[in-house]
Design a protein around this ligand. Structure first.
Ligand SMILES: CC(C)(COP(=O)(O)OP(=O)(O)OC[C@H]1O[C@@H](n2cnc3c(N)ncnc32)[C@H](O)[C@@H]1OP(=O)(O)O)[C@@H](O)C(=O)NCCC(=O)NCCS
Length: 125
């Protein structure tokens, strides 16, 4: 996980219904939170709607447990003509001592969309 995590875009708590048969939180649940957080950062950069075009990398570092407070950090890593790659790091605050546990890290690419749902050039940085 990178040292520079960017801002906390989401802080969420998983529910009983998000547990898989191992007693951990479903990978799909955390992917969904990452997609939401990355989309917020990307649409701010694009100044309009974006679509997720690719998950370029995704690492599940440690299991997420019920009771974790899950913080989703995101920052721009790379910018193209119509696309932006957003680094998303997820960290749990766990237990009475509020230990920080690194959970996942991914690089999601979003494309700015025009009114016809086609790629649109990003505004000037
Ligand atoms: C997003 C979408 C409009 C892009 O259309 P497209 O015809 O592939 O567009 P382009 O080939 O012109 O690529 C657009 C940008 O995406 C990038 N891109 C396309 N495929 C990519 C991939 N697999 N990985 C990383 N970047 C990719 C291109 O490099 C380009 O970036 P740039 O302009 O910054 O250089 C189209 O693929 C789409 O609608 N996909 C479905 C999106 C979706 O439903 N997402 C889930 C819900 S949000």
């Amino acid at each position: 996980m990178t040292e520079q995590r960017g801002e906390v875009v989401l802080r969420v708590v998983p529910h009983m219904t998000d547990i898989n048969t191992n007693g951990h939180i479903f990978g799909g649940w955390v992917l969904s939170q990452m997609d939401i957080a990355g989309g917020i950062v990307a649409s701010r950069i694009a100044q309009g709607p974006v679509a997720t075009v690719a998950i370029e990398s995704m690492t599940f570092i440690a299991p997420i447990l019920l009771g974790d407070i899950v913080s989703v950090y995101a920052h721009e890593e790379r910018r193209g003509r119509t696309s932006v790659a957003v680094r998303i790091d997820v960290v749990a605050t766990r237990g009475r001592k509020a230990a920080k546990v690194e959970l996942t890290s991914g690089l999601f690419t979003f494309v700015a969309l025009d009114e016809n749902h086609r790629p649109r050039p990003l505004p000037e940085a």
